[in-house]
Design a protein around this ligand. Sequence first.
Ligand code: HEM
Ligand SMILES: *[C@@H]1O[C@H](CO)[C@@H](O)[C@H](O)[C@H]1NC(C)=O
Ligand SMILES: *[C@@H]1O[C@H](CO)[C@@H](O)[C@H](O)[C@H]1NC(C)=O
Length: 489
Amino acid sequence: MFVSIILLLICVVFIIIQLKSRRPKNFPPGPTVLPILGNLLELSLENPLNDFERLRKTYGNVYSIFLGPKPAVVINGMKTIKEALVTKGVDFAGRPQDLLVNDSTQRKGVILADYGPSWKEQRRFALMTLRNFGMGKDSMEERIHEEIKYTMDTLEKSIGQSISPRIMFHNAASNIICQVLFGIRYEYDDEVIKVIVQCFTENAKIANGPWAMLYDSFPMIRSLPLPFRKAFKNVETCQKLAISWMNEHKQTRVPGEPRDFVDCYLDRMDKAGDDQSSFSEAQLTMYILDLHFAGTDTTSNTLLTGFLYLMNYPHIQERCQQEIDEVLDGKDQASAEDRNSMPYMQAVIHEVQRVANTVPLSVFHCTTKDTELMGYSIPKGTLIIPNLSSVLNEEGQWKFPNEFNPENFLNDQGEFVKPEAFMPFSAGPRMCLGEGLARMELFLIMVTLLRKFKFLWPEDAGEPDFTPVYGVTLTPKPYRMKLQLRETN
Ligand code: HEM
Ligand SMILES: *[C@@H]1O[C@H](CO)[C@@H](O)[C@H](O)[C@H]1NC(C)=O
Ligand SMILES: *[C@@H]1O[C@H](CO)[C@@H](O)[C@H](O)[C@H]1NC(C)=O
């Protein structure tokens, strides 16, 4: 009996030593790796934030963990993230390809497409299309203003009451993307939007939850009828909708006179001709879903955070309103150019994005070749987790890293300045493709709403809780806001 226990212990120690050496040579340090499970037992599957905090304290800015049998490198701090995503941008511009998402997206679209000619071509097309978007009534700006009118209507009906703004902001962000993509908006209680929103909310939860980790770690369970199957069904449902939008456009479009993104894409497909081209209908439908997904939760959660803080920092809200009144005096609406004359508003929006920390771990990257980071060797195909939060509140990069304070973006003369560590959109070749659109939305929506209304934290709401709910995108805890019509303006 005694002998067998000793033997068993020796075996266990031997296995642990064996597996420890599985960390490649000169790989970033990290906790001891267990067989099959890797470091999964060290992470709380529901909310691993505290565990990550501990690992970073123990192992430093670059450390590795094993998600099941698969190694991942977490990178923290501006210097490290810049070296990886910018200086060695191409080396770190891949996306992991053997995950749940890989299988559910069929590797189409842009967000999760791996680094390569197809991704490059698709990305360049979207950047150019969004930048060149029509002038006048068709411009991006007008499309946003059109949608803001609906938000204003909702708010006007609630003057003097308190409302939960979550669905309102979510719909606004979703509809703006829909307008840009296919020139349609949906009423706030439309079934189509409800279905899409529900599919995406569910999938974000699945992608971030324990079942995805298990799916990624254990190939043998992938075909079992477990909850991640639902993720595939959700993608299918959305894809059907995207296909119907595309078909509708194919019937009504006038080639060469694009009304929206889908028309631009179909025009581009006409031109492509050669079979080397990555432009295809299957690609387009996934692209529509990608852009809608990427642009909805991110923008609406940032807005939610913004109004949560503005209600609880009334002096900051008032200073914004003062600036808005001055600059927009006599104009009927704000334009994107007004940003240049509103340094304080700009500072507030950037500060909101900094504290909102909307996409805390970015979208996971993957190395495209054997490379090095801060002296460590990282083989091709390693999963890379850029910790954007670690930069947005990094000591030494900000005047006030741990409080909500627009002074973080203002110099002594009160001019707007953007510190290098401002990277809520990430950095490098994979940087958010919708940055321009997102910044225009945040500006036009916040300015238009603040100009007309005063936002108040309801007296009966108790102390505000600024701690966000953990997820792929962070979102504030549900709250209610009270509003009054402003006298001025
Ligand atoms: C406040 C709003 C937003 C935030 C904070 C945000 C943040 C991010 C972040 C952190 C990434 C990952 C970059 C990386 O992998 O290093 C990303 C990627 C992306 N975002 Fe955004 N985003 C926002 C709004 C939007 C909007 C409105 C769109 C739609 C046009 C959009 C489209 C995309 C796309 C397509 C990607 C993938 C790019 C690629 O893989 O090449 N985003 N975003
Ligand atoms: C990212 O950085 C934040 C802030 O420094 C920290 O609390 C968190 O634990 C880090 N996450 C990871 C995955 O290292
Ligand atoms: C993920 O994508 C890659 C690249 O196309 C593919 O070769 C691989 O089979 C996919 N992974 C899984 C698990 O299906």
